[in-house]
Design a protein around this ligand. Structure first.
Ligand SMILES: Nc1ncnc2c1ncn2[C@@H]1O[C@H](COP(=O)(O)OP(=O)(O)O)[C@@H](O)[C@H]1O
Ligand SMILES: [Mg+2]
Length: 308
C-alpha cells in the first residue's frame, strides 16, 4: 500500500506558531493522553483563542486529533504531526532540503521516501510506522521499555528509529549496509541505494550460478557481521538489496540483537534457515544447513570471546 506523505503537503502552510503548538502537544503527551488546550497555549506562548484557532487548522490538515467529550478540550499528535516535526528538524540541521512525494519503499513497518540534501545528493528517508500493522517486532524491545509507565506508538516508533541508526553506525564501517546520515524522532536518513530487493526479482532473472554467487556474498557478509557481534533477526529476501553494480547490501536493522544476548542464537539460526530456504526455493541453490551453521556458530562464539 502506497501512502501519501501528508506532512509534505501541509508543510508549506505552517507558521512558526504551528510548530510551537505541535511541539507542545508532543512534549505533553508524556503526561496526558489528551493534552489540554490551556497547556498547549501556554507552551506555545500564545492565548487560548489563538491556539484553538491554529489547532483547528492543524486538526483539519490531519496533524492533530481533537477530543471534547472528556470534560475538557484535549489534543493528540498524529503520525503526520510527528512526521512534520521530524522533517522540520532535518531541514534545520541542513540534512535535507526537499523530499519527493513518491514513496520508494513500501516495507512492512516503514514508509521510505527519496530526499535531497542541500548539496544535491539523493538520500533515503525512512519513516517508521510501527503499530500501524502489527506489534510483532516490538516484543524484542520489551526489556528496553518494561519500566516505562506509558508505552505509546510515539515512544516505540522513536525507539525503533534510534535502534536502526545505532546498528547502521556500528556496522557501516565494517560491512555492506547503508551509511546512516541522521536520526530524529521516528525517522532515519541514510544513503540512498540504487538496486532491487531480492524479493522483487523473478525466479528467471537469475541463473542458478548467479544466484549462488549472490548467496555466497550474503553469507560472507553476514558472517563478518556476526563475528563483529550483531545478529540481524529479520533476515529474508526482502531485506537483501542487489545493487546495480552486482554487489549486495543488507538493510532493515531496527530489530538487531547483540550476540551477547542469549536469545540472539535462536534468531541467528532462523536467519540462516530463511536465507538458505529462499535461495533453494527460488533458484534451486542447495547448501547444507549443518555445514553453514557450523561456520556461523564459530563466528558467533568468537564474537562472545569463546563463551557459549
Ligand atoms: N537506503 C535505501 N535506499 C533505497 N531504498 C531503500 C533504502 N532502504 C529501504 N529501501 C526500500 O524500502 C523498502 C523497505 O525498507 P526496510 O528498511 O526494509 O523497512 P521495513 O521495515 O518497512 O521492511 C526496502 O525493501 C527497499 O525497497
Ligand atoms: Mg524490510
Amino acid at each position: 500500500m502506497v501512502s501519501k506523505l501528508i506532512a509534505l503537503e501541509v508543510y508549506p502552510k505552517l507558521k512558526d506558531i504551528d510548530f510551537r503548538i505541535l511541539r507542545g502537544v508532543e512534549l505533553n503527551m508524556r503526561y496526558y493522553e489528551w493534552v489540554p488546550l490551556e497547556v498547549i497555549a501556554k507552551f506555545a506562548r500564545t492565548d487560548v483563542e489563538s491556539a484553538s484557532h491554529r489547532l483547528g487548522k492543524l486538526d483539519n490538515w490531519g496533524l492533530v486529533l481533537r477530543r471534547g467529550d472528556i470534560g475538557y478540550i484535549g489534543y493528540q499528535l498524529t503520525i503526520h504531526g510527528y512526521d512534520t516535526l521530524a522533517i522540520r528538524t532535518f531541514a534545520r540541521r541542513g540534512v535535507i532540503e526537499a523530499i519527493s512525494s513518491t514513496q520508494i519503499g513500501v516495507g512492512k513497518e516503514a514508509d521510505i521516501y527519496v530526499g535531497v540534501t542541500p548539496q544535491g545528493e539523493k538520500v533515503a528517508v525512512k519513516f517508521n510506522r510501527i503499530g500501524r500493522t502489527s506489534f510483532t517486532r516490538i516484543k524484542l524491545y520489551r526489556r528496553d521499555f518494561m519500566n516505562k509507565r506509558h508505552i505509546s506508538w510515539l515512544y516505540v516508533s522513536r525507539l525503533v528509529a534510534e535502534r536502526e541508526y545505532e546498528a547502521l553506525q556500528l556496522l557501516s564501517p565494517i560491512a555492506k549496509v547503508p551509511k546512516p546520515i541522521s536520526w530524529n524522532r521516528h525517522v532515519v536518513v541514510m544513503e540512498f541505494i540504487d538496486g532491487v530487493e531480492l524479493s522483487e526479482l523473478r525466479d528467471t532473472d537469475l541463473t542458478k550460478e548467479e544466484a549462488e554467487e549472490i548467496l555466497n556474498k550474503v553469507l560472507t557478509e553476514y558472517k563478518k557481521i556476526v563475528e563483529f557481534g550483531i545478529v540481524h533477526s529479520d533476515m529474508s529476501e526482502f531485506n537483501i538489496v542487489l545493487k546495480d553494480d552486482g554487489d549486495i547490501l543488507i538493510i532493515d536493522w531496527p530489530q538487531y540483537l547483540p550476540t551477547a544476548y542469549p536469545e540472539s542464537l535462536e534468531y541467528l539460526k532462523r536467519d540462516i534457515q530463511v536465507i538458505l530456504n529462499a535461495f533453494h526455493r527460488r533458484w534451486r541453490v542447495k547448501k547444507d544447513f549443518e555445514e553453514i551453521w557450523e561456520e556461523f556458530y564459530e563466528a558467533y562464539l568468537k564474537s562472545r570471546g569463546g563463551k557459549k
